[in-house]
Design a protein around this ligand. Structure first.
Ligand code: HEM
Length: 414
């Protein structure tokens, strides 16, 4: 055991105040053990970057989900038996398979692909912004933050509008056991939703093989069939595709939706920010970078050590789990002056690690940035401010994905 304080990342104290707990961990050293798991929590910007850029020493092949509780293992097992096995796609994979899959989906997220999407996202933001009532308390997360990315990812995937409610339900289920521990009853219901996701998407994929339609799903169905690199037969191919689709759907909604809502807490009440965006729409990009640094919707990334190494003077053995605190790196006072202040004019604001770095850097970063920049530009035309309520609502109870479940706020329209 190293001589540094152990951080209880699953405790209420940590989940209630990650910023304060991480600041104390950072002050104690760049690497601290966690309790009770004995993972290594990496808190300094420079060290987090080092790990992200060294996938050979720090592998992504880990399971981020909690283990199924014993009392519902049979019930969950029976549900899973009706679908396809969970496998590793992008987030929990290494080269060379990671590289191959990433190349396959990359083209849907290139700047060219995103430009085509921009007017559609703008139209959706306009529709949502126009519906916000003036001067009364609303749940901004439910009325704007959540629907916008669901709408956008449906377009990327080429799914019809009537699937949007399903996408929302599947997203919630898919992240429910990442870095948090639902009750047994909730777990079974999430598992049923995930089975529904698999069965629905498998049918959509099959339909696209025969009748190709535009969209990522059609491209993936074609690419896998031609590629033939999986050698385990049809089931393995389908399970890989379904995991990939699950990652794309979930990562897009849960992070971006919560990020848009959390931004309201950071600057919603500040009329000057809205006015500046209105006068200079380009300023929205600074606002987004600064807000994503402070919000860090993906608070932590996980890796496993593959060979003996040393990090910040701490010897690490193969098999050691490493928890990379993107949230802490983004408030590292050695990199960001007055790190807790919301300052969209700060120099080097883009040095944050909110989207990761290296081979696993967020594939949807361009999409998330575009959605939130458009959200602020469109809203700035409609509102003077969006003031969060004193009790704006609860947050997720996860040390990996953090964000508001609700964002109660009052919109002051122009
Ligand atoms: C504010 C919004 C978002 C944040 C903060 C965020 C954050 C991140 C981070 C930190 C990673 C790297 C994790 C690691 O290194 O282990 C990541 C990976 C990923 N993100 Fe995002 N993300 C966002 C939005 C999106 C969107 C809109 C999509 C897709 C449509 C997306 C899809 C993915 C996927 C598939 C990966 C895995 C990439 C790989 O392993 O190669 N994300 N994201």
């Amino acid at each position: 055991m190293i001589d540094r304080p152990a951080i209880a990342v699953r405790s209420d104290e940590f989940l209630d105040d990650p910023v304060g707990c991480l600041a104390r961990a950072r002050a104690a050293g760049g690497v601290c053990p966690t309790t009770p798991d004995n993972w290594m929590l990496v808190t300094r910007h420079e060290l987090v970057r080092t790990v992200l850029l060294d996938p050979e020493t720090y592998s992504s092949r880990i399971n981020k989900h909690h283990t199924v509780p014993a009392e519902i293992a049979d019930e969950v097992g029976a549900l899973r038996a009706q679908g396809w096995p969970y496998t590793s796609a992008l987030g929990t994979n290494d080269a060379p398979e990671h590289t191959r899959l990433r190349r396959m989906v990359n083209k849907s997220f290139t700047p060219r692909g995103l430009t085509a999407l921009e007017p559609l996202v703008r139209a959706a933001a306009e529709e949502l912004a126009a519906a916000l009532p003036d001067g009364e308390e609303i749940d901004f997360q439910a009325m704007f933050g959540e629907p916008l990315p669901v709408w956008a990812i449906s377009r990327v995937l080429g799914l019809p509008a009537e699937r949007r409610d399903d996408i929302r339900r599947w997203s919630t289920a898919a992240v429910a056991t990442i870095g948090s521990n639902p009750s047994a009853a909730q777990w079974v219901s999430y598992e049923a939703d995930l089975l529904d996701f698999q069965l629905t998407m498998a049918a959509v994929l099959e339909a696209n093989r025969d009748r190709p339609e535009p969209g990522l799903i059609a491209e993936l169905a074609g690419a896998i069939a031609e590629d033939g690199a999986d050698d385990g037969g049809e089931g393995v191919q389908m399970s890989l595709l379904l995991t990939l689709l699950r990652e794309l759907v979930v990562a897009g909604n849960e992070t971006t939706g919560k990020f848009i809502a959390e931004s309201i807490r950071l600057f919603g009440a500040d009329e000057t920010v809205w006015q500046r965006i209105r006068e200079n729409p380009q300023f929205a990009t600074n606002v987004v970078e600064e807000a994503v640094r402070l919000a860090s919707p993906t608070q932590h990334a996980m890796r496993v050590v593959t060979r003996e190494t040393d990090l910040d003077g701490v010897a690490l053995q193969p098999g050691q789990l490493v928890m990379l605190s993107l949230a802490s790196a983004n408030r590292d006072e050695r990199v960001f002056e007055s790190p807790d202040a919301f300052d969209p004019d700060r120099e080097h604001g883009r040095a944050h690690l909110a989207f990761g770095q290296g081979p696993h850097m967020c594939i949807g970063a361009g999409l998330a940035r575009m959605e939130s920049v458009i959200a602020w530009q469109v809203l700035a035309e409609h509102v003077k401010s969006i003031v969060p309520s004193a009790d704006s609502g609860p947050y997720t109870r996860s040390y990996i994905l953090r964000g508001p479940l609700e964002m109660r706020a009052t919109v002051n329209r122009r």
